[in-house]
Design a binder for this molecule. Structure first.
Ligand SMILES: Cc1ncc(COP(=O)(O)O)c(C=O)c1O
Length: 358
């Protein structure tokens, strides 16, 4: 029996999508084989891949100025690929640190290029994010990098700034949760395993003009333009994850697109935050304007009750609510595929738990 999965990633996938995949698992169409067994260069697979790319572009309204890549290596690989391509010995790059992942991005990038951390909320224990108004962009910076949604701390920068420098964003845990203005970004990357599909796939949206600035001395596998020229088939792509992502894109379209998910995601997050804020037993430490709509951390008044909370939640079919090991407490990740009903059941359980032990 399927239960409510609040995992930060790999995360819940729509049951409708899973059922469709199950149906097709042994044989895709009348091809005589599973999609997993098919050459990525076959006509059938090419159709599946092209359609997925087009659906992704449609959903996010991606302008012609940008290309979409289906890569491997996770967001962590992008922590390296971005500075390798666009950092240089002469220029530096600006980074904003608003949580564990953007901090890690800095740590990786500083191995290959000179980094300016132009704003950080580390002193606040990452309970807020530096406002884009406070970002003091460096004159010779090659690009500006930030993480709009910090998955571990549940800290978000909700509106992207308009910058004269290339803006690069790690959208791993927020992509497809609501519409975005892609034209404001030169590069967006996201691991698929939260709002897109199974792990193994990394989405990159890249401004074509930016690719002309990349480091041409890198091996092809590290160059965005080489992936773009070969339609993300420079080498064997993660075919099954790509196929499944395509299913999720169709499901998003059918559900009403990103306007539908924005409304639903805000509704889910608002009801959980409202309950936490009205309770004297649970707290969310994040400043109001930086609260994530995807990852909601909360702590119990008495941390000695943490284990009991998790055990009893599990008995009620509410799984993976443990906060990240670096911050402790609890965290509910409520991506697109978590329905309103799941969040309501979580709130009902929290009420009962509070009444019992609070
Ligand atoms: C915001 C963010 N960036 C980067 C990562 C690392 O992603 P990956 O494991 O795909 O390298 C994660 C993983 O949870 C994340 O949430």
């Amino acid at each position: 029996m399927r239960k409510w999965n609040f995992c930060a990633g790999p995360a819940v996938i729509s049951e409708e999508v899973l059922a469709e995949v199950k149906e097709e698992l042994l044989e895709w169409g009348d091809s005589g084989m599973s999609i997993m067994e098919m050459s990525h260069r076959s006509k059938i697979y090419d159709g599946v891949a092209t359609e997925a790319k087009q659906d992704f572009k449609d959903i996010l309204n991606i302008p012609e100025s940008h290309d979409v890549l289906f890569l491997q290596g996770g967001a962590t690989h992008q922590f390296a690929m971005v500075p390798l391509n666009f950092g240089s010995k002469e220029a530096s790059a600006d980074y904003i640190v608003s949580g564990s992942w953007s901090k890690k991005a800095v740590s990786e990038a500083s191995k290959v290029t000179s980094i300016n951390t132009i704003a950080s909320s580390e002193d606040s224990g990452f309970t807020s994010a530096p406002s884009p108004d406070s970002w003091a962009i460096t004159k010779d910076a090659a690009y500006v990098h930030y993480c709009p949604n910090e998955t571990i701390q549940g800290v978000a920068v909700h509106s992207p700034p308009t910058l004269s420098k290339p803006l690069i964003a790690d959208m791993s845990s927020v992509i497809l949760s609501e519409p975005i203005d892609v034209s404001k970004f030169s590069l967006i990357y996201a691991g698929a395993q939260k709002n897109i599909g199974p792990a193994g796939l990394t989405m990159v949206i890249i401004e074509k003009e930016l690719m002309s600035m990349e480091n041409e001395s890198l091996p092809n596998i590290l160059r965005y333009s080489k992936h773009s020229e070969s339609d993300s088939m420079l080498n064997t792509p993660p075919t099954f994850s790509w196929y499944m992502a395509g299913k999720v894109f169709k499901w998003i379209k059918k559900s009403g697109g990103l306007d539908f998910f924005r409304e639903q995601n805000h509704r889910k997050a608002s009801s959980l935050y409202a309950y936490i804020d009205n309770s004297s037993f649970y707290t969310n430490p994040v400043s109001f304007e930086n609260r994530s709509i995807m990852n909601i951390p909360f702590i119990l008044a008495d941390s000695n009750l943490d284990t009991k909370f998790l055990e009893e939640a599990e008995q009620e079919g509410l799984l993976n609510l443990k906060g990240h090991r670096s911050v402790g407490g609890m965290r509910a990740s409520i991506y697109n595929a978590m329905p309103v009903e799941g969040v309501n059941q979580l709130i009902d359980f929290m009420k009962v738990f509070e009444a019992k032990y609070g």
